[in-house]
Design a binder for this molecule. Structure first.
Ligand code: HPA
Length: 273
């Protein structure tokens, strides 16, 4: 049985000694959405490559920093650079940012990602509040973890979405007259994009977007007692839904277009918490 807290004890202690304050809200920034970190006041930045044992992101658009930041008096912990399963990391390594957020006593966690749109009512550049996950493959992985294994009695994601933070996201969208979509996120381990038949299967079983992150982070955070909201930026239509050939550059280009809308949504949410 794997005890993640024990495994990262030294790293957590080092971070604690460097922290300038205790943050209340943590944010993990998805592909191409890392710029958000530069739009709020940074109090202290820690490059993750200075932290022994911290997995380094190898994906374009993912810088490796942990920022202690402030926005309108709210104290933030921002992870600029996500650790993905498809990069070859172990599931517990991908969960380190969530563990750190918990260690610092964060009450709220906002997860963001780039995702492929399955719902034919979506267009690239839409933002979607994730109202449920399809995360069966993740649940199996997490059975090796101390504190999660044997929790057969209840659905680990029962407390997702968390009411207060989700309400804040919806109110933030209304404030900005933003057409926020809502839907189900299908988690795939990757590393490749899907085939059109896989997307057809996901579409027929009620999924609205697909991506390679977030579900395990939400699941673990919920078990640790954090309030979680997750937002997808629809960067492309999933394979076969549109004729355009999928690549990471399209994901990055759309994320760039969405930047301002995304920033406003997150900032207004933080203000409302
Ligand atoms: N599929 C999986 N992950 C993704 C996609 C996609 O189409 N777009 C961005 N992340």
């Amino acid at each position: 049985m794997l005890d993640i807290k024990f495994k990262y004890n030294d790293l957590l202690k080092k971070l604690e000694s460097e922290a300038p304050f205790q943050p209340e809200t943590a944010l993990i920034l998805g592909s191409g959405l890392g710029e958000f970190a530069n739009s709020v006041e940074t109090v202290k930045s820690i490059p993750t490559d200075t932290l022994k044992g911290y997995p380094q992101s190898t994906v374009q658009g993912h810088k490796g920093y942990i920022h202690f930041s402030e926005y309108k008096g709210k104290k933030l912990l921002i992870f600029q650079g996500r650790i993905h399963f498809y990069e070859g990391y172990k599931m517990y390594e991908c969960l380190l940012p969530v563990l750190i957020s918990n260690k610092f006593g964060c009450r709220y966690l906002i997860l963001t990602n780039a995702a492929g749109g399955i719902n034919s009512g979506f267009v690239p550049s839409d933002l979607m509040l994730i109202n449920s996950f399809n995360a069966i493959s993740v649940k199996k992985e997490l059975t090796q973890f101390k504190g999660i294994a044997n929790r057969r009695e209840k659905d680990l994601l029962l407390n997702y979405p968390s009411k207060k933070i989700t309400d804040a996201v919806i109110r933030a969208a209304v404030m900005d007259k933003l057409d926020l979509k809502e839907g189900v996120y299908y988690f795939t381990k990757g590393p490749s994009y899907e085939t059109p038949s896989e997307i057809q299967m996901m579409a027929k079983t009620g999924n609205d977007a697909v991506g390679m992150s977030t579900a395990h982070e939400a699941l673990y955070a919920i078990t640790l007692g954090l309030e979680v909201a997750a937002i997808s930026c629809i960067t492309n239509m999933a394979a076969g839904i549109s004729k355009i050939k999928l690549d990471h550059q399209e994901v990055m280009d759309t994320a760039e277009i969405v930047k301002d809308k995304f920033e406003r949504l997150i900032k207004n949410t933080i203000k409302l918490l």
